[in-house]
Design a protein around this ligand. Structure first.
Ligand code: SF4
Length: 191
């Protein structure tokens, strides 16, 4: 399996914000989002047994499988092996590809309209400005989710980020079924 990196930190975003978690970043993505802030292309080949050994060295039993787009790599064998050592498995996906069964928590962050998932635990929309507001209700009507988050996009430009944050807060106040997700790991400078 093509593994970009494994690290231990706190989940920075969404429903499990602040939760200690092992991150398994799988390499590669099927999309090319202009705002992508993840260097996911490099990889080391690891077997499922090697991955399980590496992630098990940390005390947490919450694993976040992310990418890139982890649905390109994840297998039922990996899910079973992680469950066998008591991991709660969260996946962060762009929703454009089907997932194997058995994942404990699906966080879907759709980046375009080609989403095939129709039911997830957590929907997290990256808010890039008022132009996002047309797509949010459309996605919400197509994807069933118990928890819905709007996450201001980090453009890397402070003034633009302030403007996006202000617009996203205004949007949330008008759409109270959604909640704010911040990239808290960036705010407190952890991986
Ligand atoms: S889906 Fe995610 S990982 Fe893939 S290009 Fe877009 S932001 Fe980057």
């Amino acid at each position: 399996m093509k593994v970009n990196e494994i690290f231990y930190s706190l989940q920075g975003e969404g429903f499990f914000t602040g939760t200690p978690a092992v991150f398994l970043r799988l390499s590669g993505c099927n999309l090319r989002c202009p705002f992508c802030d993840t260097a996911h292309e490099t990889f080391t080949e690891m077997s499922v047994a090697e991955i399980v050994e590496a992630v098990s060295q940390y005390p947490a039993r919450h694993i976040v499988i992310t990418g890139g787009e982890p649905s390109l790599r994840i297998t039922p064998e990996l899910i079973d092996a992680l469950h066998a050592v008591n991991f709660f498995i969260q996946i962060e996906t762009n929703g454009t590809r089907p997932l194997p069964s058995g994942i404990d928590w699906i966080t879907c962050s759709p980046k375009n309209a080609d989403v095939v998932l129709t039911r997830v635990d957590e929907l997290k929309i990256v808010y890039t400005g008022p132009e996002s507001e047309d797509s949010i209700p459309t996605l919400a009507s197509r994807i069933e989710a118990a928890h819905r988050f709007v996450q201001p996009c980090d453009t890397g430009v402070a003034a633009r980020n302030s403007s996006i944050l202000a617009s996203s807060i205004s949007f949330l106040k008008q759409h109270p079924a959604w909640r704010l997700s911040l990239q808290t790991h960036k705010l407190i400078n952890i991986p």
